[in-house]
Each structure stands twice: as C-alpha cells, then as structure tokens.
Design a protein around this ligand. Structure first.
Ligand SMILES: [Zn+2]
Length: 168
C-alpha cells in the first residue's frame, strides 16, 4: 500500500482477495494512511514552492530565463562535447518539472529544463554531462555510469544535491 503523488491510495493485493478484506485492511491502517498523505502533501507543497521561485508566466520571463540559462549551458556544452567527442544536433529549453533534461539519441536533440536555473552551477553541469552521455549510451546501465565516472566523477553527489535542493 502506498500514497502516490496526487494523494491517491494505491493498494496491491493478490488476485481474488475479497473487497471486504481490503476495506478492513484500509481501516486498520487509517493512521498510517493519514500520515503518509500529510507527508505527500507537504512534499508537493515544497516542490511547488521550489519551482515558483522562477516565475515563467509571461513571454518576457521565459525569454529572459532561456537567455540566462543558455549563457550558462553553452560554455559547458563547448567543454564537454570536445572532451566526450559528441555533438548534439539541437539544444532546446522547456519549463519541464521533475525532468532536468532529455536526450533523443536517434535525432541527437537535447532538451534542458528552464528550471535548471534554480540549481547550483555544478549540478547544472552534471545534467549537461548526463544528457551528452546519452548521445553515446541510451540507457542508465553500467556503460552509462562508466561514462559518468569518467567525465563527471561527482555525479552521485550531484544527484543527491539536486534532490536536496528541490526538497529544501
Ligand atoms: Zn538519463
């Protein structure tokens, strides 16, 4: 049983368990459910507080943010494309939440979240290297992690720092 991000309760039970039994199970875990729900709501609130630090409502705000991020990311791209011997075909910026970057290995296009502006610079660098590494290796397997070890040895630390920055 778990509370998912929208506050729904998900319960898995073996096939054929009578509904009454599931209801009783829910009732007997009421306290746990309430606690988990509160925790989930607090996490959601924290997350929306974090992202609202960068207002992207007007065209001007978006333009300014993209310009600022591009100025930060381009030198990193220059450095790591040379080091790693890769070349993205297209760089775009989108205000994606809970996704810092995306790479399409087939087309070579990379998209970064505009909200990277809310992260420390070395964490942005981590995301840049991560997406560039996807141009070599599509999946997050051992080969991918070996690339990260080679080009951004502090990747685990950065991942943790990113999670902590969002959580506040
Ligand atoms: Zn990835």
């Amino acid at each position: 049983m778990r509370v998912v991000s929208n506050g729904d309760l998900h319960i898995s039970a073996p096939y054929g368990v009578p509904k009454g039994e599931i209801d009783r199970f829910i009732q007997s875990n009421e306290t746990w459910i309430q606690k988990a729900l509160q925790k989930q709501l607090a996490a959601n609130r924290q997350r929306s507080n974090f992202y609202s630090q960068l207002p992207l409502e007007t065209r001007e705000q978006v333009r300014e943010a993209v310009q600022r991020l591009d100025a930060l990311v381009q030198p990193m791209l220059l450095k790591y494309t040379a080091l790693m011997g890769v070349k993205p075909t297209r760089i775009t910026y989108k205000p994606t939440i809970s996704r810092w970057g995306a790479c399409n290995k087939k087309t070579g296009a990379i998209c970064f979240s505009t909200y990277l502006l809310l992260l420390p610079e070395w964490c942005v660098e981590h995301v840049v290297v991560h997406e560039l590494a996807h141009l070599i290796e599509a999946n997050h397997g051992p080969k991918f992690h070996a690339l990260m070890d080679q080009y951004f040895p502090r990747w685990k630390e950065a991942r943790k720092a990113i999670r902590e920055t969002v959580r506040g």
